[in-house]
Design a protein around this ligand. Structure first.
Ligand SMILES: [Zn+2]
Length: 109
């Protein structure tokens, strides 16, 4: 049996080392929302999104992204996404697997 973290890991097509660290349902009046917290574990290598070079961590940016709904629930991915500092490309957010291909993402809607 999968637990909910593993299930969302699969549904979101998350590739390691990204992992789901929390799944919570918010059922406030008419707003039904599933919030999936995703994390890039500390200590994992960080790559520049442009040149793939291994770069030091600069800081983290908190992001909330709307994803496909889980049944009738609004689904949001929440994450502190690492930013790297590349010698050549400067400060950049690392690539995230759930926002990589915008075309495919909207096609799923
Ligand atoms: Zn670079």
């Amino acid at each position: 049996m999968m637990n909910s973290h593993e299930l969302y890991q699969m549904l979101l097509n998350l590739t390691p080392p990204w992992k789901v660290v929390d799944v919570s349902a918010h059922l406030i009046t008419t707003i039904r929302e599933i919030v999936v917290r995703v994390e890039y574990p500390k200590g994992e290598l960080l790559h520049c999104p442009e040149c793939e070079a291994i770069c030091p961590c600069y800081d983290h940016k908190h992001r909330r992204l709307r994803h496909l709904n889980t049944m009738q629930y609004k689904t949001t991915i929440e994450s502190d996404i690492p930013r790297i500092e590349c010698k050549e490309h400067g400060v950049r957010l690392i690539r995230v697997p759930w926002a990589e291909d915008k075309g495919r993402y909207t096609a799923l809607f």
